[in-house]
Design a protein around this ligand. Structure first.
Ligand code: MG
Length: 382
């Protein structure tokens, strides 16, 4: 029986993962620990149902609600709690599904404990990918991607030699606004931007998908996970979201992974790898697909994608700066403080004001992250 720790269990990925336990393909696995940042009610319900050994709530004042849900569960709070459950001795695998930069310290904790990590937090890799991958090698930790594109690449790489890879091809649905004129973007509301054509996801990532910032972050994530230079990672618009990404090899072969767009598949694969289990995803009806289309990314429509790429290539503390500015801008858009096309505007300005630190340590990265948040807030307030 595998023991699984889920960080971020009340988010979209966390809930999909828990779905797999009760009567699902993971019914022989045990939920060892759960965590949530804000949503104490939902965490309490999960704790009551799964009786984990540990539960972590972001806000310590809400710990009482969780304690009431299960007497056998030890309740911890805050980042310290996350760091602890990410490194539990009895844990076989850690699913890191928290959203945003908060994932970085628990991730490093799991890495230093030499854990197997199912990775669903892209921001931590974007900010500190070099540090994380170096530490993973040093401590023998294994990082298995959960992001659908990276899972697809991971699957397409199985059984092949890294030196035979010509390039990675990451697919993007293009989001709901891919055919819209740039001048129309001003008037887009949060409700419109939250309607993704093919995937059901959390709020922050849905906005990032519509701006293609998400794709930019994924390119940086792929660069670190698979150790390839940026010029060997390409993005192609594929509106059907049937092919989740591809690997092209030097002999001209392209290996693609296809499935229904359902996050439970890459979650399940990451948790059971190298084993595959049946029972959640309905088989693909090939004759219903009809066509698979591919288009070039139009940079003028997706300035966020270009900014992310620029930050990734610059390296140093720039990706952390860019990511924090984006998190701040997206939150401000969701709160109706700024317009949709202001998101790239503030990210660009935050990047322009940054003095990049090359080969930063974790301290410098966290400092760049905090400064970017403060600077972006100040710009939005001005
Ligand atoms: Mg993705």
């Amino acid at each position: 029986m595998k023991s699984v720790v889920i960080l971020g269990s009340t988010g979209s990925i966390g809930k999909s993962a828990l779905d797999l336990f009760t009567n699902g393909p993971l019914k022989d696995c045990r939920v060892l620990a759960l965590s949530a940042n804000e949503n104490a009610q939902e965490l309490a319900a999960q704790v009551k149902k799964f009786r984990p050994k540990y539960a972590v709530i972001g806000n310590p004042e809400k710990a009482g609600v969780i304690k009431k849900a299960s007497r056998s569960t030890k309740v911890l709070a805050g980042t310290e709690g996350l760091i602890k459950i990410a490194a539990l001795k009895e844990a076989d695998i850690i699913l890191l599904a928290v959203v945003g930069a908060v994932g970085i310290l628990p991730l490093l904790s799991a890495v230093r404990a030499g854990k197997k990590i199912a990775m669903a937090n892209k921001e931590a890799l974007v900010m500190a990918g070099s540090i994380v991958m170096k530490a993973a090698q040093k401590y023998g930790a294994r990082i298995i991607p959960v992001d659908s594109e990276h899972s697809a690449i991971f699957q397409a790489l199985q059984g092949n030699r890294p030196q035979d890879v010509k390039r990675l091809i990451i697919t993007a649905s293009g989001g709901p606004f891919k055919d819209m004129e740039p001048s129309q973007l001003k008037s887009i509301t949060p409700a419109q931007a939250l309607r993704h054509p093919t995937w059901k996801m959390g709020k922050k990532i849905t906005i990032d998908s519509s701006t293609l910032m998400n794709k930019g972050l994924e390119v940086i994530e792929a660069h670190h996970l698979f150790g390839l230079p940026f010029e060997k990672i390409e993005v192609v618009i594929h509106p059907q979201s049937v092919i989740h990404s591809m690997v092209e090899y030097i002999d001209g072969s392209i290996i693609a992974q296809m499935s229904h767009p359902d996050m439970r598949l890459p979650i399940l694969y990451a948790l059971t790898y190298p084993e595959r289990r049946q029972g959640v995803i309905k088989p693909m009806a090939l004759y219903d697909i009809q066509k698979l289309e591919f288009f070039r990314v139009d940079f003028s429509r997706f300035p966020c994608f270009k900014l992310a790429l620029k930050a990734g290539i610059a390296g140093g503390t720039m990706p952390a700066r860019m990511n924090a500015a984006n998190e701040t801008a997206v939150r401000s858009f969701l709160n109706n403080r700024i317009k949709y096309n202001d998101i790239p505007y503030y990210v660009r300005r935050a990047m322009q004001k940054h003095v990049n630190v090359k080969n930063p340590d974790l301290q410098a990265i966290l400092k760049a992250d905090l400064a970017a948040r403060a600077d972006t807030e100040a710009m939005i307030d001005a």
